[in-house]
Design a protein. Structure first.
Length: 461
């Protein structure tokens, strides 16, 4: 008889090897990067917006797994739903029946976008984008997709084709026919649409990279242009959706915007089971699935699995019952206002922007000679090093996890779990103030660490 698998025993025996195992078998650059910036910690457990390291020290999570942990870690309602669905021993993924959970979750999601009619469930945000790109091209009969400079829509080949960051695209060509325009550039959008080959325009209402919001009126005007030219508006709400920006979806901040296709993922998982969803209009789905011969023309092996559907239903139930969206709006406004009060105080701090609990903190060139010389030194080595200098002491000295919002950007993006409270806001603002005081003091550990980063940046050239 085979020995019964014991996960707890395995982790107790081999858990300490985590960094060595990653170095040997997975992406070997990840542990190297974590060691370089002092993020190579060992975390043992987590709950809500907090987790604890091997020494029992509490850390505040202001990153939420890049937005995955919308309800924080291990929400009891989501945990119970997963226990329940496992205990139910459903006949899942037969592929030739219709289980109730996908229909129930689709119904719940569509209630928040009443102009949309149908849902395709996949396994991730990039898969949701891939679905939208395929559906848009097939429904319109046109090949080209427009996207925005600095956009991020995923890293699979289709989604990579609409990725606005050159570093992600390099070496993976040829990609799909695509063209980038500036966020808010209606003239460029109209110019491309006149070519007559555009299937759709995919856009983040608030870009994750740099936390840049679409200008007021842009999405609605873009929608009108697209429809005039027989093209579709695709809203990527993988990170901004499900309450992150203080409305259920970020596009809802602008009246009259009704995307033809909508992509969600991340927080819908409850932090447990990967899931992505592409919501769309009835005519688009009916065109793609136009006959019984095309019933499987687009599908996913693990799409609509019972565990993911149960997690998604539990997440939406919690959000309704606990007023998560209104809470995110209120706490986000509090955090933004507290941070904006600091801008006149620190010459290195240039702008606070964003909506709800998606906030960008941008740093910029100071005016005083002493700080300006140090800033110039960092910029000459690699843009983005100052923001990294802020991130590191927030973690090492104040036990707060944050990260820069993209490569070569002097912007920290705050996307904490939507369940943070006033005490967490106080903790972050107090810690951030201390770090900025140190930076403007002109000396100390922060600038010493900056010199280390400069040496490493130069060595990697």
């Amino acid at each position: 008889m085979s020995k019964e698998f014991d996960l707890s025993a395995l982790l107790a025996e081999r858990g300490a090897e985590r960094y060595e195992l990653h170095t040997r078998y997975l992406n070997h650059q990840l542990p190297r990067m974590l060691h370089t910036i002092g993020f190579d910690k060992v975390y043992e457990r987590a709950e809500g917006a907090h987790f604890w390291d091997a020494d029992g020290e509490d850390h505040l999570d202001m990153l939420a797994g890049f937005g995955v942990m919308g309800l924080g870690r291990h929400h009891p309602v989501v945990r119970q739903a997963l226990h329940d669905v496992l205990d139910a021993q459903l006949a899942d993924l037969t592929r030739f029946d219709c289980q109730p959970l996908p229909g129930l979750l689709a119904e719940k999601l569509l209630a928040h976008s009443p102009h949309l009619d149908r849902v395709f469930f996949g396994n991730s945000g990039t898969e949701a984008v891939e679905t939208a790109l395929k559906f848009a091209r097939y429904a319109t009969g046109k090949p080209r997709i427009l996207y925005c400079s600095h956009a991020f829509h995923g890293l699979t080949t289709g989604a990579l084709s609409v990725n606005g960051e050159k570093g992600f695209r390099d070496g993976f060509a040829p990609l799909l026919p695509d063209t980038a325009i500036g966020l808010g550039d209606l003239d460029a959008l109209e110019r491309e649409l006149r070519e007559g080959d555009v299937a759709g325009f995919v856009v983040e209402p608030i870009q994750g990279k740099g936390v840049h919001e679409a200008p007021p009126g842009f999405l609605r005007a873009a929608q009108e242009l697209l429809h005039r030219h027989g093209a579709l508006l695709i809203a990527d709400e993988v990170q901004t959706g499900l309450g992150r920006t203080g409305d259920f979806y970020a596009y809802q901040h602008e009246e009259g915007v009704e995307p033809d296709l909508l992509c969600v993922a991340k927080a819908l998982s409850g932090g447990y089971v990967p899931v992505g969803a592409t919501l769309g209009k009835d005519w688009i789905f009916k065109k793609v699935y136009s006959s019984m011969d095309r019933v499987l023309v687009h599908s996913a092996s693990f799409g609509s699995n019972a565990q993911a559907m149960a997690a998604g239903l539990a997440v939406l139930s919690v959000m309704e019952n606990e007023g998560t969206v209104a809470h995110a709006r209120r706490i986000g406004e509090l955090l933004s206002s507290r941070l904006k009060e600091l801008v006149p105080r620190y010459e290195l701090l240039h702008e606070i922007r964003g909506r709800g609990l998606m906030i960008g903190i941008e740093f910029g060139r100071p005016s005083s000679l002493g700080l300006r010389s140090r800033w110039t030194m960092l910029q000459a080595a690699r843009k983005g090093l100052f923001a990294q200098m802020v991130v590191v002491p927030l973690l090492q000295r104040h036990r707060i996890l944050t990260q820069v919002s993209g490569d070569h950007l002097e912007v920290i993006k705050l996307i904490p779990p939507l369940v943070i409270d006033e005490a967490d806001v106080d903790r972050f603002v107090t810690a951030f103030t201390a770090v900025m005081d140190d930076a403007h003091g002109g000396g100390g550990l922060m600038w010493d660490f900056g010199k280390t980063l400069v040496k490493q940046a130069v060595a990697q050239r």
